[in-house]
Design a protein around this ligand. Sequence first.
Ligand code: ADP
Ligand code: ZN
Length: 428
Amino acid sequence: MYYDPVEAMDRQALDELQVERLKQTIANARKSPFYKEHLAQVDAEAITSPADIVNLPFTTKDDLRSQYPYGLLTRPVDDFVRLHASSGTTGTPTAVFYTQSDLDRWADLMARSMYCCGCRRSDVLQNMSGYGLFTGGLGIHYGSERLGMLTVPAGAGNTKRQIKLIRDFNVSVLHIIPSFALYFAQKVQEEGFETADMPWRIALIGAEPHTEEARQKIEEMMNIKAYNSYGLSEMNGPGVAFECECQQGMHLWEDAYIAEIIDPETGEHVAEGEVGELVMTTITREGMPLIRYRTRDLTRFLPGQCECGRTHRRIDRIAGRADDMMILKGVNIYPMQIEQCLLAMPEVGQNYLIELLTEGVTDQLKVRVEIKEEYFVEDMRALQGLQKKIAKNLCNEILLTPRVELCQHDSIPKGEGKAVRVIDNRKK
Ligand code: ADP
Ligand code: ZN
């Protein structure tokens, strides 16, 4: 029934396991320069239940940035075999490092996650997410191999070739980003294939926020069962929380992580079942443990027991982010990346506005840009050239091409106080 008996562990035993592993984690974390100081006031012996974790300080993304690259490591760099890094191309990046044992545990969690939604060793998995620094590539890949599935490392893009590989190798499981899945379903039909005739049965979808409606659309259009997959590179990558076959929220693997949900303003736990910011602690990672890491992802614990019998608590699909990062087509975009790029161009004026909207089944990014008076000419070709140039520059920065709308100087409304940079008009 389960990949690992720990998935159905009795609650009290799970709590005890968490306490024991949390104490070990604190002791281990103190070997890193950052936590040696950060945890100086902490008395690990006073921890008797998982709830006592509230007495530990938070770790933030800024801490990761300030410690970049090695400040959070508990052992010499020689002991590490892999790193992944956030996709931020500007600003200080963050990196996560793995020892061989960390990679093994991650692969186990990943294999467990895939088994839990029905994948078996007789399946063939095609990984359609980008490889490289992004954890959705190698993370899914090694998990799939760990489960014993024949694994096709297709990578992202190239629709025709994806279809050929799927048909040639009888691919039964896809790992695919939800926004791409909607596009892909259409492409398959345009290429003259019935999705019902394709060999697939399971899609693992994740890496970006998506609605239940999107999942249902993917399931209908592709004739597939789609399961939500949640993870973040700071917590290894995918394999943190995963839907089981019941499709009623994602089991968060509590033998590997302690999860909390807090009010992002006060830092206090929200009431049971309420939405807040997910805070995560690794309790099995040796090389780079993270304690009370503020994910900035918004979700809630789902009440009650899952019918599958797994005891690990479930979280609801991610409602969004506590801060302003935008994820489009699997790419993370910060408003400041756009600003930096725009304001570096001589033609661009003072103000701009980012709009997210839904066109058909996919999300689009529209950037409204104020142009300096002298460039706002009557020559249509000149304006179109400028529009293209801005779009191209933005694409170099944010890795996707936005729609650019040139606006007359001072035409974008400005409010008082802080500027509103992003308007989200996507259909929820
Ligand atoms: P980066 O691209 O910077 O490396 P990650 O790959 O670590 O970032 O992205 C992790 C983030 O992606 C999460 O914090 C969350 O916001 C988002 N994410 C991942 N999986 C899901 C999911 N299933 N649903 C919604 N959002 C998700
Ligand atoms: Zn379940």
